[in-house]
Design a protein around this ligand. Structure first.
Ligand SMILES: [Zn+2]
Length: 426
């Protein structure tokens, strides 16, 4: 059963630091981050959100002008409303919980997953909603929280998890896409190797379009975190190690799905560090990774395909791109409702193709587009995507969201990534 949770916080005042109001942003917000920790819980058919904590983190690295999410992407979104009901801030995101809901386990078991969202710190009382996209394709609140900005219930300590290092700084965090790498499974002796790995993976990212042509709009930082043991858990090979974020292969029962479920710890590691995309970089030579929209990237550093896998996962985490493959061990038979148009920018069920990449199709392109040499270098509507060979279509015969050997992102994926870059930097 779904029901909203109402939590009212209204305690004695604590004096906050002030800054001169010089922009519309500054009249509404402090240049600080408000983080909301909660649990998403339920089973295959229901979701509830349970409040955990509010935290005051030092600086706001997001845009100060693009406060309303123009993309409409995400299975969930956070919404901040003024006391008068005006929408002040929105941002879409996806969750590990929703992926787990598609597994067989979710039909027989209820589980809870850690979730955090960040937003600019309001100057005046606000209401924050966590909203879930349901079958009607509309967002419905599953948590409603009244926030008094000066309440002592907001945690203001600064967790010390690691040591931030600047890797590539091109400008103000508010005007750049901020990528922050966090070390996982790197022992004390491997911290310099972590920085070398961050440089290597960043340099590869900026060889790929559209990242290459927008490199000057990106900042890259790294957070060194010392791990007691090296590497990560590999349960199917009976390999277990002690690492700060308890990352592990075999996530959701998929051998090469590399995950952490310790979201609060990961958010602690980047508290005060601008991070539009958080990348947990794992000191492992094995193949695997994960990317969830506005949630995280998890990538290994030392497999022969680590670089292309990392960029693929960035497509998920930064731009909400769907997988364009359909022939792997990953099988979520009901992940996409084929009777509706999915929100993902790079797949379509043809229910409402006009809102997708129809404007990029040449007049001569047949719909659906046969995957034959004549059309393989064109933007088309190729059947097979998002773990389903039938009824879901992708924009290109090949793309980095389909294959690690693809030369890069297809034009539709590039356009989606550019849309997010613009939203984060304008
Ligand atoms: Zn693509």
């Amino acid at each position: 059963m779904r029901f909203p949770i109402f939590i009212l916080l209204n305690f004695a005042s604590v004096l906050l630091g002030s800054c001169t109001a010089t922009t519309p942003f500054d009249s509404l917000f402090y240049r600080r981050t408000l983080r909301l920790d909660f649990q998403l819980a339920g089973d295959a058919h229901s979701a509830q959100a349970f409040y955990g904590a509010l935290r005051d983190e030092s600086q706001w690295g997001g845009s100060r002008s693009q406060l309303i999410d123009r993309t409409g992407w995400g299975a969930y979104r956070v919404v901040m409303l003024s006391a008068a009901g005006d929408t002040l801030y929105t941002r879409g995101f996806c969750t590990l919980f929703q992926e787990w809901q598609s597994t067989a386990e979710a039909s027989t078991l209820a589980r809870a997953f850690q979730q955090s969202v960040v937003m600019p710190y309001p100057r005046r009382p606000v209401v924050v909603h966590i909203e879930e996209r349901r079958a009607d394709n509309l967002f419905h609140p599953i948590l409603q929280l009244s926030v008094q900005p000066d309440t002592p219930a907001i945690i203001r300590d600064a967790p010390v998890v690691g040591q931030p290092v600047e890797v590539m700084i091109n400008g103000d965090a508010a005007a750049c896409v901020d990528v922050v790498f966090v070390a996982e499974g790197y022992t004390a002796q491997r911290q310099e190797q972590f920085l070398l790995d961050v440089h290597r993976m960043s340099e590869y990212l900026f060889t790929m379009e559209p990242f290459r042509r927008h490199q000057s709009r990106f900042n890259v930082r790294a957070v060194k975190v010392v791990s007691p043991d090296g590497g990560t858990d590999d349960p199917l090979n009976h390999h277990w190690v002690n690492t700060p974020f308890q990352s592990s292969f075999n996530g959701l029962g998929i051998d090469r799905y590399l995950l952490t479920e310790q979201m609060f710890m990961l958010r602690d590691a980047v508290a005060g560090v601008p991070g539009d995309v958080v990348v947990l970089l794992v000191d492992s030579p094995l193949y695997g990774g994960a990317g969830i929209y506005n949630h995280f990237v998890v990538a290994t550093a030392h497999h022969a395909q680590s670089l292309p896998v990392f960029v693929h996962e960035m497509g998920h985490a930064l731009a909400g791109l769907a997988d364009e493959y359909y022939d792997s061990e990953v099988s979520y038979p009901d992940f996409i409702d084929k009777t509706k148009e999915p929100w993902y920018p790079n797949i379509t069920t043809l229910v409402d193709f006009d809102c997708k990449w129809k404007h990029l199709l040449a007049p001569s392109i047949p719909v659906p587009t046969p995957d034959i040499p004549e059309w393989r270098n064109h933007v088309g509507v190729f059947e097979g995507a998002a773990y389903s060979a039938k009824g879901i279509y992708r924009p290109a015969s090949d793309c980095r969201m389909k294959n690690n050997t693809a030369p890069g992102f297809c034009p539709v994926c590039q356009q989606a990534i550019e849309k997010i870059i613009n939203q984060l930097t304008q």
